[in-house]
Write a protein that binds this ligand. Sequence first.
Ligand code: GLU
Length: 281
Amino acid sequence: MDTEANRNYKRVVVKIGSSSLTHEKTGSLNFNKMEHLVRALCDVRNQGIDVCLVSSGAIAVGRDAIGLKERPEHISAKQACAAVGQAKLMMTYQKLFGEYNQVAGQILLTKNTMINPVSRDNAKNTFEELFRMGILPVVNENDTVSTYEMQFGDNDTLSALVASLIQADLLILLSDIDGLCTDDPHRNPDAVVIHEVEQIDEQIYEMAKDSTGSEVGTGGMATKLTAAKIATLSGADMIIANGKDVGVIQQIFEGNITGTRFHANANPNFQLANFIMETIG
Ligand code: GLU
């Protein structure tokens, strides 16, 4: 499709969800996939582009390590899983990034970090310092301390807030869907992916209504549109792409976008903290 797509991006946030990182049958980590993801990200770094990874998987990995058969329902059980899983997840990322000579750092955020101007500035400065040092930040929500009142709940939104905070010019959501479709592709074989979205209007919200979310992760199409709003208003393009093959990352930088791209539409009056309070609650 569209080859004016290659926009010379300088700073990218890539978000990958639990369902893309784990095996569907067992819920265990898909090492092959993680390895490909890390290699693709290091290759983007090697092109002189700042890269930030927002990775889910803390709860899924913890649940697998603890041996819980069912998905935890209670917040404390989820938090216990995250306490185990986040450490294991980072251990794997550190090892894989190390193989490509890339140093990675961990940043765990809560809603309070984003709302409170002092913590927000501190987080922003940390990101800047990491980029200056050539370190690749790996971000997740701080699930072990995020109570219901202050949690983002899904990493689609979190990754858009990060993109806004660090003034990225591109956010890539790697998902288990191909992009925003005209209808639910599971029910309607004629549904097609919309490749370019210039304006997030009523028609786009209508189309998003019928799309499906996944069993493992938490973000459906509604959260992806919220993410798109945050990213585009902050001046970043946002691309939803199918993460089943992480080679899609390289394709994007070659200007070959197969998913949906929402065009940046920067609004100088966009205030991150206000948006969080008004929209995400
Ligand atoms: N922060 C959660 C985790 O790492 C996942 C949230 C999401 O799936 O979007 O397990």
